[in-house]
Design a protein around this ligand. Sequence first.
Ligand SMILES: Nc1nc2c(ncn2[C@@H]2O[C@H](COP(=O)(O)OP(=O)(O)OP(=O)(O)O)[C@@H](O)[C@H]2O)c(=O)[nH]1
Length: 195
Amino acid sequence: MGINFNKAEFILSAVQPGAFLRDGRPQVAFAGRSNVGKSSVINRLLNRKNFARVGATPGKTTQVNYFLIDGRIYFTDLPGYGYAKVSKEERDRWGRLMENYFQEQGLITLGVLIVDARHKPTADDVTMCTWFKESGCPLIVVANKLDKLKKNEIEPNLQRIWDTLELPDTAALIPFSAEKGIGKTELLSAIEQLC
Ligand SMILES: Nc1nc2c(ncn2[C@@H]2O[C@H](COP(=O)(O)OP(=O)(O)OP(=O)(O)O)[C@@H](O)[C@H]2O)c(=O)[nH]1
């Protein structure tokens, strides 16, 4: 039977390396640059308004949040990166947490990397993508804020994202708008299929 994405509950925040949840349920790890709309994407997928935090102080989330979906799979919300005003200390803390997270073998069932459809992926996006690729999990890249693109910009921008991230043939790139709901059905069915 299909996963009921309307049935979601917040489980816990892991702030310490080594405190990551591991109970055998599949985990879908969401990552993305600060302000790319990661909370909005998660909220859209779960049909919620203020479930995952939206628009709070960027870059202040050095914690890994877990949401249990329908008692069956986890959405793992990784802390955003690339916010210019973050202190070196905070950045180092983020780096340690992520290093530990990606070192844990077999933790991630599926990686969802959210990038901005308007821009060339940043060096941080490329690094995050490499971590996902090296972890060996299937990878979906979500090009969010599609509603902000003109029609003729869509194709070249998607190609630029694909090329910059050097995506393998096995990856999927889904054009998305958390604002308008574009791409939601496609992303949810990809998640169901891969979990
Ligand atoms: N036009 C448009 N705006 C969006 C879209 N998705 C998110 N936004 C806006 O982008 C801003 C950032 O969204 P958030 O969901 O808070 O982004 P985040 O990546 O979770 O940010 P952090 O909490 O800093 O990690 C908000 O003002 C959202 O309303 C989209 O698809 N289209």
